[in-house]
Design a protein around this ligand. Structure first.
Ligand code: F6R
Length: 240
């Protein structure tokens, strides 16, 4: 894995946006694999700035997001679809019909996951996948476990993830208890991966990922199987 350690969150976000912009310039009809959460917000802001400056064009781009809560409606302001619209899609010239997020409203979530897996391989694989990392080393909603899922699947959220995400909902009871997420194999199918981490709370997970071992108690360690992964973090996240 290649690592880039930046002084500030802003520098990290600019670095990630430069790498994404480079992929977009080389291949205008590229597929971007995207993540939600607080970490990539600065990267998306920088992509919006580059778009407004005429540096990048989203008109031919397709996007595939990692995950979505289940059940949740796209109008719910905590849904990942809503997040993507507000933080990126509403501000660039992407064709929203070509932006895909797993379907949090599907009557049959297993069927929705199988359909999403098929969709990612049909439109993809992603030319670049953007990832954040959980404090427990999760990627997407692939939580630490004795066995990790390969393909897109329905998963229960761990108590720690529900508690961590409760800050965004009216109460902890309002946090959906399930999610639809790309599996480790879906994520590894991307041609290039960047994983972003900032803050001391991520330092232990980043250190474990960089040990170079495959440890299912740190799902991000599975990225060691991929030949083109760049870890972009601040000094605090690289602290351990
Ligand atoms: C979001 C996702 C999650 C987050 C992770 C870190 O689509 O897949 O794995 O990347 O929970 O979240 P933040 O960035 O909020 O610390």
């Amino acid at each position: 894995m290649k690592t880039i350690v930046c002084k500030t969150y802003e520098e990290m976000s600019a670095c990630a946006a430069d790498i994404i912009a480079d992929v977009m310039k080389k291949k205008p009809a590229c597929v971007l694999g995207l993540a939600t959460g607080s970490t990539p917000v600065g990267t998306y802001k920088e992509l919006i700035r580059k778009h407004r400056a005429g540096e990048i064009d989203f008109s031919a781009v397709t996007t595939v997001n990692l995950d979505e809560y289940y059940p949740i409606s796209p109008e719910n302001d905590q849904s990942y679809r809503y997040f993507m619209n507000v933080n990126l899609f509403d501000h660039v010239n992407v064709d929203k019909a070509k932006t895909y997020v797993p379907d949090g409203t599907a009557a049959d979530p297993d069927e929705a996951c199988a359909a999403y897996e098929a969709l990612v391989s049909k439109v993809g694989p992603a030319d670049i996948q953007v990832l954040g990392i959980g404090q427990n080393g999760h990627i997407g909603f692939n939580e630490p476990d004795s066995a990790l899922e390969v393909a897109t699947h329905v998963t229960g959220l761990t108590d720690s993830t529900i508690r961590a995400n409760a800050r965004f909902f009216a109460s902890v009871e309002d946090v959906p208890t399930k999610a639809l997420t790309m599996g480790i194999g879906t994520i590894l199918s991307a041609k290039k991966i960047i994983i972003l981490a900032n803050g001391a709370a991520k330092a232990a997970a980043v250190a474990k990922m960089l040990e170079g071992k495959l440890d299912t108690s740190c799902p991000a360690s599975m990225l060691n199987l991929h030949a083109d992964v760049t870890v972009i973090c601040d000094e605090a996240a690289m602290g351990q």
